[in-house]
Design a protein around this ligand. Sequence first.
Ligand SMILES: Nc1ncnc2c1ncn2[C@@H]1O[C@H](COP(=O)(O)OP(=O)(O)O)[C@@H](O)[C@H]1O
Ligand SMILES: O=P(O)(O)OC[C@H]1O[C@H](OP(=O)(O)OP(=O)(O)O)[C@H](O)[C@@H]1O
Length: 181
Amino acid sequence: MTPGRVIAVVGPSGVGKDSVMAGLMAADGSYQLVKRDITRAAELGGEDFTPLSPAQFAERQDAGGYCLSWQAHGLSYGIPARVQEQANAGQNYLINLSRAVLAEAHEVFADFRVLNLTASGEVLAKRLAGRGRESAEDIAQRLARSGADLPGHLRVVTVSNDGALADTIAEARALLQPERV
Ligand SMILES: Nc1ncnc2c1ncn2[C@@H]1O[C@H](COP(=O)(O)OP(=O)(O)O)[C@@H](O)[C@H]1O
Ligand SMILES: O=P(O)(O)OC[C@H]1O[C@H](OP(=O)(O)OP(=O)(O)O)[C@H](O)[C@@H]1O
């Protein structure tokens, strides 16, 4: 069985990862979005995620429930182990990952690609304020993280999302075309 393709969408907070993923999903029905476990209150909204308490998260993690997990922004994030199983069985996925787990993800998924989104610091600050999910202090901390480097051995496509969302989605699809999104 040919493994499914897993495309990680990464980039700084506010760059448009969730928006671009939604656009890619609307354009190509052959991918599924990965629903993450996050220790964030359900009412904070945004992406469709599974809200867990820190104790619930730790329990799942100890039971081997995650193929990838990390901490960021004072939260824990987990990718359910079944995502790895289903990708290996042929399912294609779009997945929102931390840049810090890309090298590990490259080991976890047999057919792994990265869509790296970028935007200027000014645009990021405006978008985070407009989204209204975080406090001013939280936003400042998120912006301070924005310069992470990507490991050199990965297959990465980089697209600016400084302009219109539709243009970003079209460019990402064109660059990923041989990659089927
Ligand atoms: N190209 C764009 N132009 C204008 N606003 C955008 C664009 N892309 C995303 N946004 C907006 O910016 C905010 C952050 O986008 P989001 O997808 O939540 O980013 P991320 O998931 O990377 O944090 C949202 O309010 C979203 O609607
Ligand atoms: O290590 P980094 O690449 O900086 O990423 C850190 C975290 O930021 C994003 O989280 P989340 O989607 O909750 O936040 P965001 O929407 O503000 O990016 C991303 O999915 C990671 O979980």
